[in-house]
Design a protein around this ligand. Structure first.
Ligand SMILES: *[C@@H]1O[C@H](CO)[C@@H](O)[C@H](O)[C@H]1NC(C)=O
Ligand SMILES: *[C@@H]1O[C@H](CO)[C@@H](O)[C@H](O)[C@H]1NC(C)=O
Ligand SMILES: *[C@@H]1O[C@H](CO)[C@@H](O)[C@H](O)[C@H]1NC(C)=O
Ligand SMILES: *[C@@H]1O[C@H](CO)[C@@H](O)[C@H](O)[C@H]1NC(C)=O
Ligand SMILES: *[C@@H]1O[C@H](CO)[C@@H](O)[C@H](O)[C@H]1NC(C)=O
Length: 277
């Protein structure tokens, strides 16, 4: 009894269902796509908002820093134990120093406090090694000839007004320049001298690497042939320079064939060294 009826019952269902089903499925698909796009857009918006919030928070930090400075500059603020005024003011002074002078520093700081504060924090986060490396002075020395009346086997030198001489990394003793750090150095020297037509041997300028245990090593050599003029003193100069790999504690010096012929007038005789690497 059921059997003849049953094929009739599903028929109306199957005849109405495909169109309803199609519509329903289409709607579902559109809804899903819309939802996905919506979610992505919302996530993007949230991300942007978070960035903004971070910015605002860091600005807030900067504002607090400035407020602390203002408080510390008043008498009552300095008495407050909550504020570590010494540290805060020191930090502020460091910023001003970095700006180059307190006079110029202050207005600039007011204008760009946010940016400067970041730089300050950044500096504090850097470790000691990198900070000292940044502050490192160039390693260089430039000396002028020091007149000596006797014949010397190593020329003697003295500091000049403008020439650098940093005793912490390059030291001087008895005519020799000593480097405290191994590296590549440019070494140079010029010697001005008088030659007489009568003398026979050529005047020679040498730069030597001093080796206490063995024979000194010749680094540079410059010769000058004699003048043919009959005058008593023909002033001439020899200049030489080159790059050398020195070890820690190495010493270099200058000597000439006849030191009594050297002319020490200002700027004409000098000896220098600087570190390239
Ligand atoms: C500082 O940084 C250098 C390299 O930049 C590293 O070799 C050294 O270990 C660091 N020192 C400390 C105390 O973090
Ligand atoms: C210059 O120094 C070298 C190395 O020490 C030495 O052999 C030479 O005799 C010196 N020359 C003079 C003129 O003193
Ligand atoms: C010499 O160099 C050292 C570090 O390399 C530095 O601390 C010092 O101030 C320098 N001295 C002078 C006189 O420049
Ligand atoms: C060195 O020079 C002086 C002055 O020019 C001269 O009198 C002397 O004979 C020279 N000495 C040598 C060894 O050439
Ligand atoms: C050195 O040279 C200058 C010229 O530049 C001359 O006037 C002076 O007399 C010279 N000095 C000696 C000691 O020869």
């Amino acid at each position: 009894m059921n059997e003849p009826y049953s094929p009739a019952t599903p028929r109306p269902i199957s005849s109405t269902s495909p169109s309803t089903m199609k519509m329903f499925m289409g709607f579902l698909a559109v809804f899903t796509v819309a939802q996905t796009i919506g979610t992505v857009l919302f996530c993007l918006y949230l991300h942007m908002k978070m960035d903004k919030m971070e910015e605002v928070l860091s600005l807030n930090e900067d504002y607090i820093f400035v407020r602390k400075i203002q408080k510390c500059q008043t008498a009552e603020g300095q008495e407050s134990t909550l504020l570590d005024c010494e540290k805060i003011l020191k930090g502020f002074q460091d910023l001003q120093c970095k700006d180059g002078g307190a006079g110029k520093g202050q207005p600039k700081f007011e204008m760009q406090r946010g940016h400067k504060h970041h730089e300050h924090l950044h500096l504090m986060h850097k470790n000691e090694t990198s900070v000292t490396a940044e502050k490192r002075q160039p390693v260089a020395a430039h000396l002028a000839g020091q007149k000596s009346n006797k014949v010397v086997s190593v020329l003697e030198w003295q500091t000049t007004t403008y020439g650098p001489m940093n005793n912490s990394l390059i030291s001087y003793q008895e005519g020799k320049l000593k480097v405290k750090e191994a590296g590549l150095y440019y070494i140079y020297s010029q010697v001005s001298f008088c030659t007489k037509a009568a003398t026979s041997a050529p005047f020679t300028l040498y730069i030597y690497l001093y080796l206490p245990m063995e024979e000194d090593r010749l680094l540079l050599k410059g010769l000058d042939t004699h003048s043919t003029s009959k005058s008593l003193c023909d002033l001439q100069s020899i200049r030489e320079g080159g790059v050398f790999k020195l070890r820690e504690g190495d010493m270099v010096f200058v000597n000439v064939t006849n030191s009594t012929q050297v002319n020490y007038s200002h700027g004409s005789t000098y000896f220098g060294i600087f570190k390239l690497w």
